[in-house]
Design a protein. Structure first.
Length: 127
């Protein structure tokens, strides 16, 4: 049995909560895009971290999706989300939740596709 599976499942459960929150906010037209995209970023971050954990890969404490993807790549893990989109979503973790900061454009549809792909992939990695 994989000694990391429980921690990986806990991270994936947290990612699932962010995925659900993203879906709810996506349907709420009055929800701020930055808040909605924050939950997309968080679902992807936690889902990716769950895969790293289940593979026994130690990662730094970070919200940087590119850094996490590069770490995955160094271990021959192929992340199923376009790197350019990952780069645009990454800053929603912290920087763009504050007023007056221009966020890179990410459509809710692109974010949804990325979250769904990443989460489906992460679930397959838990077996």
């Amino acid at each position: 049995m994989n000694p990391h599976i429980e921690q990986a499942k806990a991270l994936l459960a947290a990612a699932r909560r962010d995925q659900i929150t993203f879906r709810i906010l996506r349907r709420a037209h009055e929800a701020p895009a930055e808040t909605t995209l924050f939950h997309a970023q968080q679902a992807i971050e936690k889902g990716l971290k769950s895969v790293l954990v289940v593979q026994g890969i130690v990662f730094p404490r970070t919200h940087d999706l590119i850094e996490l993807c590069e770490l995955a790549s160094r271990h021959s893990i192929i992340v199923p989300v376009n790197r350019e989109l990952i780069a645009r979503l990454g800053p929603y973790a912290v920087e763009f939740r504050y007023f007056g900061v221009k966020a890179p454009e990410v459509t809710l549809a692109e974010a949804e596709a990325a979250v769904e792909a990443l989460m489906a992939w992460a679930h397959t990695q838990m077996a």
